[in-house]
Unconditional design. Structure first.
Length: 278
Protein backbone atom coordinates (compact mmCIF):
# COMPACT_ATOMS: atom_id res chain seq x y z
CA UNK A 1 0.00 0.00 0.00
CA UNK A 2 1.26 3.46 -0.93
CA UNK A 3 2.01 5.86 1.95
CA UNK A 4 -0.72 8.23 0.82
CA UNK A 5 -3.28 5.39 0.87
CA UNK A 6 -2.13 4.30 4.34
CA UNK A 7 -2.55 7.82 5.71
CA UNK A 8 -6.04 8.12 4.20
CA UNK A 9 -7.02 4.77 5.70
CA UNK A 10 -5.79 5.79 9.18
CA UNK A 11 -7.67 9.12 9.00
CA UNK A 12 -10.88 7.33 8.01
CA UNK A 13 -10.49 4.88 10.91
CA UNK A 14 -9.85 7.67 13.40
CA UNK A 15 -12.83 9.65 12.12
CA UNK A 16 -15.06 6.61 12.44
CA UNK A 17 -13.75 6.06 15.97
CA UNK A 18 -14.51 9.69 16.90
CA UNK A 19 -18.03 9.38 15.56
CA UNK A 20 -18.53 6.26 17.64
CA UNK A 21 -17.18 7.98 20.76
CA UNK A 22 -19.46 10.95 20.25
CA UNK A 23 -22.41 8.60 19.99
CA UNK A 24 -21.86 6.32 22.99
CA UNK A 25 -18.95 5.50 25.25
CA UNK A 26 -18.65 2.25 27.11
CA UNK A 27 -16.01 1.54 29.74
CA UNK A 28 -15.58 -2.16 30.53
CA UNK A 29 -18.58 -2.90 28.33
CA UNK A 30 -18.78 -3.38 24.54
CA UNK A 31 -22.47 -2.45 24.46
CA UNK A 32 -23.04 0.87 26.24
CA UNK A 33 -26.64 1.65 27.08
CA UNK A 34 -26.16 5.41 27.48
CA UNK A 35 -23.94 8.25 26.31
CA UNK A 36 -21.55 7.01 29.01
CA UNK A 37 -21.85 3.50 30.44
CA UNK A 38 -19.31 2.52 33.09
CA UNK A 39 -19.32 -1.10 34.16
CA UNK A 40 -17.49 -2.22 37.32
CA UNK A 41 -18.17 -4.24 40.44
CA UNK A 42 -15.11 -3.05 42.37
CA UNK A 43 -14.47 0.58 41.44
CA UNK A 44 -16.28 3.89 41.50
CA UNK A 45 -16.09 7.22 39.68
CA UNK A 46 -13.80 9.96 40.99
CA UNK A 47 -14.97 13.49 40.21
CA UNK A 48 -12.45 16.28 39.68
CA UNK A 49 -11.07 17.40 43.04
CA UNK A 50 -10.89 21.15 43.39
CA UNK A 51 -10.41 23.79 46.09
CA UNK A 52 -13.47 26.04 46.20
CA UNK A 53 -13.32 29.27 48.21
CA UNK A 54 -17.01 30.28 48.37
CA UNK A 55 -20.37 29.12 47.04
CA UNK A 56 -20.74 32.19 44.81
CA UNK A 57 -17.24 31.97 43.26
CA UNK A 58 -16.92 29.51 40.39
CA UNK A 59 -13.10 29.63 40.25
CA UNK A 60 -10.92 27.65 39.99
CA UNK A 61 -13.40 25.68 37.87
CA UNK A 62 -13.89 27.11 34.37
CA UNK A 63 -15.51 26.19 31.10
CA UNK A 64 -12.59 24.91 28.96
CA UNK A 65 -14.31 26.15 25.81
CA UNK A 66 -14.62 29.76 26.99
CA UNK A 67 -12.37 30.11 30.00
CA UNK A 68 -15.30 31.66 31.88
CA UNK A 69 -17.90 30.25 34.30
CA UNK A 70 -18.68 26.54 33.97
CA UNK A 71 -21.95 25.47 32.42
CA UNK A 72 -24.91 24.62 34.61
CA UNK A 73 -24.72 21.06 35.91
CA UNK A 74 -20.93 20.98 36.27
CA UNK A 75 -20.07 18.70 39.19
CA UNK A 76 -16.88 18.65 41.24
CA UNK A 77 -15.64 17.35 44.58
CA UNK A 78 -14.55 20.18 46.85
CA UNK A 79 -11.70 19.42 49.27
CA UNK A 80 -11.77 22.73 51.15
CA UNK A 81 -13.57 24.05 54.26
CA UNK A 82 -14.05 27.77 54.87
CA UNK A 83 -15.10 29.57 58.04
CA UNK A 84 -15.84 33.12 56.91
CA UNK A 85 -19.44 33.12 58.09
CA UNK A 86 -20.90 33.78 54.62
CA UNK A 87 -20.98 31.59 51.50
CA UNK A 88 -18.90 28.92 53.25
CA UNK A 89 -18.07 25.65 51.51
CA UNK A 90 -17.39 22.23 52.98
CA UNK A 91 -15.87 19.01 51.75
CA UNK A 92 -18.16 17.13 49.36
CA UNK A 93 -19.80 17.12 45.95
CA UNK A 94 -21.02 20.43 44.49
CA UNK A 95 -23.04 21.31 41.37
CA UNK A 96 -22.82 24.69 39.64
CA UNK A 97 -26.36 26.01 39.00
CA UNK A 98 -25.32 28.99 36.91
CA UNK A 99 -24.82 31.44 39.76
CA UNK A 100 -23.49 29.43 42.72
CA UNK A 101 -22.25 26.06 43.92
CA UNK A 102 -24.98 23.86 45.42
CA UNK A 103 -24.04 21.12 47.85
CA UNK A 104 -25.13 17.77 46.43
CA UNK A 105 -25.88 16.27 49.83
CA UNK A 106 -27.96 17.83 52.63
CA UNK A 107 -26.08 19.27 55.61
CA UNK A 108 -26.94 17.38 58.75
CA UNK A 109 -25.81 18.07 62.31
CA UNK A 110 -27.75 17.35 65.48
CA UNK A 111 -26.39 16.76 68.98
CA UNK A 112 -28.28 15.76 72.11
CA UNK A 113 -27.06 16.69 75.60
CA UNK A 114 -28.77 15.03 78.58
CA UNK A 115 -28.93 15.81 82.27
CA UNK A 116 -26.97 13.55 84.62
CA UNK A 117 -29.14 12.06 87.35
CA UNK A 118 -27.87 12.44 90.93
CA UNK A 119 -30.78 11.23 93.09
CA UNK A 120 -31.47 7.53 92.41
CA UNK A 121 -34.69 7.60 94.45
CA UNK A 122 -36.26 10.28 92.26
CA UNK A 123 -34.04 10.00 89.19
CA UNK A 124 -33.43 13.71 89.31
CA UNK A 125 -31.44 16.56 90.83
CA UNK A 126 -32.44 18.19 94.10
CA UNK A 127 -32.61 21.98 94.00
CA UNK A 128 -32.95 24.40 96.93
CA UNK A 129 -35.15 27.46 97.04
CA UNK A 130 -32.79 30.40 96.85
CA UNK A 131 -35.46 32.85 95.82
CA UNK A 132 -32.77 35.04 94.33
CA UNK A 133 -32.61 35.66 90.59
CA UNK A 134 -28.81 35.88 90.76
CA UNK A 135 -28.35 32.49 92.48
CA UNK A 136 -28.86 29.54 90.16
CA UNK A 137 -27.98 25.89 90.69
CA UNK A 138 -26.28 24.25 87.72
CA UNK A 139 -27.89 21.12 86.32
CA UNK A 140 -25.31 18.27 86.16
CA UNK A 141 -24.60 17.04 82.66
CA UNK A 142 -25.77 20.36 81.20
CA UNK A 143 -23.13 22.50 82.89
CA UNK A 144 -20.30 24.18 81.00
CA UNK A 145 -20.87 22.17 77.83
CA UNK A 146 -19.55 23.08 74.38
CA UNK A 147 -21.11 22.75 70.94
CA UNK A 148 -18.98 23.06 67.79
CA UNK A 149 -20.87 24.21 64.69
CA UNK A 150 -20.13 22.15 61.61
CA UNK A 151 -21.84 24.59 59.24
CA UNK A 152 -22.47 28.29 58.94
CA UNK A 153 -26.16 29.10 59.18
CA UNK A 154 -29.22 28.81 61.39
CA UNK A 155 -29.45 26.31 64.23
CA UNK A 156 -32.39 25.35 66.41
CA UNK A 157 -31.82 24.86 70.14
CA UNK A 158 -34.56 22.87 71.84
CA UNK A 159 -34.65 22.94 75.66
CA UNK A 160 -36.79 20.33 77.41
CA UNK A 161 -36.29 20.66 81.19
CA UNK A 162 -38.77 19.35 83.74
CA UNK A 163 -39.40 20.28 87.37
CA UNK A 164 -41.32 18.85 90.30
CA UNK A 165 -41.77 20.44 93.75
CA UNK A 166 -40.86 18.93 97.12
CA UNK A 167 -43.02 17.84 100.07
CA UNK A 168 -45.71 20.18 101.34
CA UNK A 169 -46.31 21.06 105.01
CA UNK A 170 -49.43 19.82 106.77
CA UNK A 171 -52.28 22.34 106.46
CA UNK A 172 -53.07 24.50 109.48
CA UNK A 173 -56.78 23.92 108.95
CA UNK A 174 -58.60 21.22 107.04
CA UNK A 175 -57.56 17.95 105.53
CA UNK A 176 -56.34 19.04 102.10
CA UNK A 177 -53.83 21.59 100.90
CA UNK A 178 -52.08 22.40 97.67
CA UNK A 179 -48.77 24.22 97.24
CA UNK A 180 -47.66 25.72 93.99
CA UNK A 181 -43.89 25.75 93.61
CA UNK A 182 -42.21 27.77 90.91
CA UNK A 183 -38.88 28.86 89.56
CA UNK A 184 -36.84 29.82 86.51
CA UNK A 185 -34.58 27.83 84.25
CA UNK A 186 -31.69 29.92 83.00
CA UNK A 187 -30.10 28.77 79.76
CA UNK A 188 -26.88 30.54 78.86
CA UNK A 189 -25.61 30.17 75.30
CA UNK A 190 -22.58 32.02 74.01
CA UNK A 191 -22.84 34.53 76.84
CA UNK A 192 -26.55 35.28 76.35
CA UNK A 193 -29.06 34.33 79.10
CA UNK A 194 -32.52 32.97 78.29
CA UNK A 195 -35.06 32.55 81.12
CA UNK A 196 -37.93 30.05 81.17
CA UNK A 197 -40.57 30.14 83.93
CA UNK A 198 -42.03 26.87 85.26
CA UNK A 199 -44.46 25.94 88.04
CA UNK A 200 -45.77 22.72 89.52
CA UNK A 201 -47.86 21.59 92.52
CA UNK A 202 -47.64 19.35 95.59
CA UNK A 203 -50.63 17.92 97.48
CA UNK A 204 -51.42 16.96 101.09
CA UNK A 205 -54.53 15.07 102.13
CA UNK A 206 -56.04 13.15 105.03
CA UNK A 207 -59.51 13.27 103.53
CA UNK A 208 -59.98 9.50 103.88
CA UNK A 209 -59.32 9.64 107.61
CA UNK A 210 -56.17 7.62 107.21
CA UNK A 211 -52.50 8.44 107.37
CA UNK A 212 -51.49 11.76 105.82
CA UNK A 213 -50.61 11.43 102.16
CA UNK A 214 -48.21 13.82 100.49
CA UNK A 215 -47.94 13.86 96.73
CA UNK A 216 -44.84 15.58 95.40
CA UNK A 217 -42.43 15.56 92.46
CA UNK A 218 -45.43 15.78 90.13
CA UNK A 219 -43.31 17.20 87.39
CA UNK A 220 -44.10 19.57 84.60
CA UNK A 221 -42.00 19.51 81.44
CA UNK A 222 -41.57 22.67 79.42
CA UNK A 223 -40.19 23.21 75.96
CA UNK A 224 -38.29 26.26 74.84
CA UNK A 225 -37.08 26.83 71.26
CA UNK A 226 -34.27 29.24 70.40
CA UNK A 227 -32.93 30.02 66.91
CA UNK A 228 -29.34 31.20 66.57
CA UNK A 229 -26.99 31.95 63.67
CA UNK A 230 -23.70 30.11 64.09
CA UNK A 231 -20.40 30.06 62.21
CA UNK A 232 -18.76 26.83 61.07
CA UNK A 233 -15.77 25.74 63.10
CA UNK A 234 -16.56 27.92 66.12
CA UNK A 235 -17.12 26.59 69.65
CA UNK A 236 -20.14 27.77 71.63
CA UNK A 237 -20.33 27.28 75.39
CA UNK A 238 -23.69 26.75 77.09
CA UNK A 239 -25.07 26.03 80.55
CA UNK A 240 -28.45 25.22 82.13
CA UNK A 241 -29.27 26.21 85.73
CA UNK A 242 -32.39 26.51 87.89
CA UNK A 243 -33.60 28.80 90.68
CA UNK A 244 -36.50 27.59 92.83
CA UNK A 245 -38.44 30.34 94.56
CA UNK A 246 -39.12 30.01 98.28
CA UNK A 247 -42.58 28.93 99.47
CA UNK A 248 -43.43 28.71 103.18
CA UNK A 249 -45.90 25.90 102.52
CA UNK A 250 -43.08 23.57 101.50
CA UNK A 251 -41.14 21.78 104.24
CA UNK A 252 -38.36 23.96 105.61
CA UNK A 253 -39.53 26.69 103.22
CA UNK A 254 -38.14 24.59 100.39
CA UNK A 255 -34.54 25.33 101.30
CA UNK A 256 -33.53 21.87 102.46
CA UNK A 257 -34.76 18.39 103.19
CA UNK A 258 -37.86 17.13 101.46
CA UNK A 259 -38.99 20.64 100.61
CA UNK A 260 -36.42 20.84 97.86
CA UNK A 261 -37.63 20.58 94.31
CA UNK A 262 -36.41 18.05 91.76
CA UNK A 263 -35.21 18.77 88.22
CA UNK A 264 -35.36 15.82 85.86
CA UNK A 265 -38.01 13.75 87.63
CA UNK A 266 -37.96 10.23 86.07
CA UNK A 267 -37.06 11.82 82.72
CA UNK A 268 -33.78 13.72 82.35
CA UNK A 269 -33.88 17.25 81.04
CA UNK A 270 -32.15 17.63 77.69
CA UNK A 271 -30.86 20.16 75.19
CA UNK A 272 -30.78 19.37 71.46
CA UNK A 273 -28.93 21.58 68.98
CA UNK A 274 -29.65 21.01 65.28
CA UNK A 275 -28.65 22.67 62.01
CA UNK A 276 -31.73 23.66 60.00
CA UNK A 277 -30.68 25.94 57.11
CA UNK A 278 -28.23 28.44 55.61
Amino acid sequence: MKPQSLIITIVIMLFASILDVNAQVGINTPTPNAMLDINSTTSGVVFPRVILTATHVYAPVVNPATGNAPVEGTMVYNTNNTFTGTNDVYEGLYIWDGTQWISYFPKVQSELFEQTQTDPSLFGVRVSANGNATVYEDIPGLTNRTFTAKYTGKYKIELAPNYGPGLINAPINGDVDVAGAQGFFQFTFDGVNYLKYVNATSFYTTADGGMPQRYFAIFKQVTYIIYVDLVAGQDYDFNLAFDQMADDRLLNSGDSGDGRGIVGVTTPSYIQISYIDD
